[in-house]
Design a protein around this ligand. Structure first.
Ligand SMILES: [Zn+2]
Length: 83
């Protein structure tokens, strides 16, 4: 959980990842593989549920950290499948 600026609410809001029952079912159905997809789930505004969040006013929401983490997990899984 983190404090972000919501571009829709025009204020600082609590950002959280919305992981619902559907996501949990997908994790079970895919034997945990869907956990990789959860990494890419964006943070959402706790007030308007919008995903137009930024660290500071005007900045993009794109997170290279999450992208790299997802890439690493993906490579790890591919490695497991090949071996
Ligand atoms: Zn909002």
């Amino acid at each position: 959980m983190a404090i972000r600026h919501c571009n829709l609410c025009e204020r600082k809001v609590e950002a959280k990842r919305e992981i619902g029952v559907g996501s949990l079912l997908l994790v079970l159905l895919t034997g945990g593989l869907w956990l990789i997809a959860l990494i890419f789930y964006g943070e959402r505004c706790s007030i308007c549920k919008g995903n137009s969040l930024s660290n500071e006013k005007g900045q993009a929401t794109y997170s290279i950290g999450h992208f790299m983490l997802g890439l690493l997990v993906l490579l790890f899984v591919i490695n497991l499948i090949i071996m």
